[in-house]
Design a protein around this ligand. Sequence first.
Ligand SMILES: Nc1ncnc2c1ncn2[C@@H]1O[C@H](COP(=O)(O)OP(=O)(O)O)[C@@H](O)[C@H]1O
Ligand SMILES: [Mg+2]
Length: 242
Amino acid sequence: MEKIKTNIKGLDVLLGGGIPSRHNVFICGGPGTGKTSLSMEFLYRGAVGGESGLFLSLEEDVDSLVENVNATFTKWSKFNQLVKEKKLMLVTQESYIHVDMPETGVSPYYTFSKLHDKLDEVIDDNKIKRVVIDSASILNLFFDNDLEYRRTVLNLLRDLKKKGCTAMLTAELQNVNRDTVRFAIEHFVTDGVILLYLLEQQERRISAIEVLKMRGCEHSKVLTPFKITSNGIEVYVGERVY
Ligand SMILES: Nc1ncnc2c1ncn2[C@@H]1O[C@H](COP(=O)(O)OP(=O)(O)O)[C@@H](O)[C@H]1O
Ligand SMILES: [Mg+2]
């Protein structure tokens, strides 16, 4: 099975080589655990290595996304250039779907199917290999019920696969608890699940990562500490959290 290396320090060791090509992985965790950072680094490392990436941001606009990346990852010297060259494409739903309601003229509305079509087109036109959707939890808001949400996410994931894309979708979980998190809805429709935690330890908080599921991989099942550094995420394989 062909593996796509994330090239995030230590992560490929946990994954048993990388993410299987064309698989989709949910990055789950509470707020501030590093979901956006990790998925952005997945695209950055890909783009540096010649694989174009698409980051669909449903949570923040492109300007603030760029600002945050530049503030956090001060050593990513190629980031702005890659964005400029469209090898790392940052888009929001507003970049594509912006239909002013004729009656009111105020509130823009969008439908998911339009967004899906547009993504298809952009992926083809730009030979995109890696896709991030940040976050799938926001996607959920497009729908009235969970069944429709699941069906749509499945559809999207199937399409990305068909196009040869390897994907990360972030999902915000409240109160991430190692024992109960296994049953969140996203886990059932996806090839892989990576969990991010912020653990409280005495007076400090420690970031930790766990590969919960990765189809086709003999992956680590150990909760492993990591740090967000100015050059990217570093996973400290072999170290324990406690
Ligand atoms: N310059 C920085 N150096 C180290 N850590 C940072 C820096 N900037 C942000 N962070 C950390 O990254 C976290 C946010 O990560 P982010 O990927 O946005 O999380 P999420 O998407 O899960 O909400 C912050 O809570 C902060 O701890
Ligand atoms: Mg985020």
